[in-house]
Design a protein around this ligand. Structure first.
Ligand code: GLU
Length: 446
């Protein structure tokens, strides 16, 4: 059996870290199995779905490297959903209900006050023809519920192990709203059958849906696919993802200069038995992927870890790989020597821009009052000739001999005076890049 999975975002917003993790897990699994990854656009909610979001989702997935084999959108397939609904109606498994939202709310409250679960009471199944006619004469249009079997639905979840949903404990799900629009439940099953999806891999917020959907698969004459429900992401503190993180879009992360493989490495490894480490490409992540490694507990998403992984990628990035992006930042940054020296000080590649200013631009030099004389005098001790790898050592030695300063007291005032910062790449490497003229100019400003 060849594996076929789908990622099914609703284009009602941008992709964020939570739903990208679902996309990634689907992609890695398909890739490892030599299977197919399908992108399904769940746009049955025509009011809230936009073409713009759909395009952005596709652009974000492409940027991450999560390329799909084929794609389709649900709004092109309403005929198929209508046919499936008809077939369920014929089987007596889809029944019309006329309660208003208020009436349903009241029923729920009454059930709860009597200590009963707020499960729909199926009153609509008892309506006589005359009552239905009267309700319709009032102008009510029905919504349609799927009639659950009342049995326990079980499946062997690839992440959660044996799962069971008592269908008596949940309401018959509404598949079609009063205005005739479809909720996602039925279209998803119709599409999964039609596309031959072998594994439904999604967040654990869908576990209850799966109970109903497995019954709908069977009712429509299909076998239910295998299921895997992955734990949701939480923040670094173990609490639910903050609103900011929960909605942190891939577009924003990309805009901040985050590397796609930092995002993919983090999302593939958190909440698993593997160490959270950066991987060079998706193939490596796919080779290591296994549902068995995914823990049942929630996966912690920590932005600091994302920064660490990003820094690891940038520190290792070859000039060839960085060249075009450096050139886009500043033509002076597209220089192999410059990159070799500054990359270790960049968490994101865009941080190289700061170092362009330090090396080539104007820096605000700032030196403690007590070090001013020392630094002013240092200019006169600069070694002769063009700066090279030896210049810093020679300069520092000469100053040490002259002033008796050593260690931090010697180099920190010089670093601050020359670069405007108390940290950065080796001074021995930086000096030749900055060059005598700019060093003298900076020291002269003090
Ligand atoms: N559109 C659904 C969602 O984003 C898809 C769920 C599924 O994978 O079946 O939650």
């Amino acid at each position: 059996m060849s594996v076929k999975v789908r990622f099914a975002p609703s284009p009602t917003g941008r992709l964020h870290v939570g739903n990208v993790r679902t996309a990634l897990i689907n992609w890695l699994f398909a890739h490892k199995q030599g299977g197919e990854f399908i992108l399904r656009i769940d746009d049955t909610d025509t009011e809230r779905s936009t073409r713009e979001n759909e395009d952005a989702i596709k652009a974000d997935l492409t940027w991450l490297g999560l390329i799909w084999g084929s794609t389709f959108k649900q709004s092109d397939r309403f005929d198929m959903y209508a046919a499936a609904a008809e077939s369920l109606k014929e089987k007596g498994l889809l029944y019309p209900c006329y309660e208003t939202a208020d009436e349903l709310d009241r029923k729920r409250k009454i059930a709860l006050s009597r200590g009963r679960p707020p499960v729909y009471d199926r009153a609509a199944l008892e309506l006589s023809d005359a009552e239905v006619t009267a309700l319709e004469a009032e102008g009510r249009t029905p919504h349609w519920r799927f009639k659950l079997s009342g049995n326990r639905v079980e499946w062997d979840d690839l992440v959660r192990g044996t799962q069971g949903i008592e269908t008596t404990s949940v309401s018959d799900p509404i598949l079609i709203r009063g205005d005739g629009s479809y909720l996602y439940t039925l279209p998803s099953v119709v599409d999964d059958i039609e596309a031959g999806i072998t594994h439904v891999v999604r967040g654990e917020d869908h576990v209850t849906n799966s109970g109903a959907q497995i019954e709908i698969f069977h009712a429509l004459g299909g076998a239910a696919p295998a299921m895997a429900h992955t734990p949701l992401l939480v923040g670094a503190d173990g609490q639910g993802l903050s609103k900011r993180l929960g909605s942190l879009s891939i577009g924003e992360l990309a805009g901040q200069g985050t590397e796609p493989m930092a995002i993919c490495s983090l999302l593939a490894k958190i909440g698993t038995s593997d160490a959270v480490e950066v991987r060079a490409n998706l193939d490596e992540l796919a080779a290591e992927f296994d549902f068995e490694k995914i823990a049942r507990g929630s996966a912690r998403f920590d932005e600091r870890e994302l920064d660490q992984l990003n820094a690891a990628i940038v520190h290792d990035m070859s000039f060839e790989a960085a060249k075009d992006r450096l050139a886009a930042l500043d033509s002076r940054a597209a220089d192999p020597d410059f990159w070799a020296i500054v990359r270790e000080n960049c968490t994101r590649l865009v941080d190289a821009k700061d170092w362009v200013d330090v090396v080539f631009g104007d820096v605000a030099t700032e030196v403690d009052e007590a070090d001013l004389d020392f630094v002013r005098g240092a200019a006169a001790m600069l070694p002769e000739g063009e700066f090279d790898g030896e210049t810093w050592g020679a300069w520092a030695n000469a100053l040490k001999a002259e002033t008796g300063r050593k260690g931090k007291a010697l180099f920190m005032p010089l670093r601050k005076a020359v670069t405007g910062r108390p940290f950065g790449p080796n001074m021995a490497d930086l000096l030749p890049l900055i060059g005598r003229e700019r060093v003298l100019e900076r020291l002269g400003k003090l």
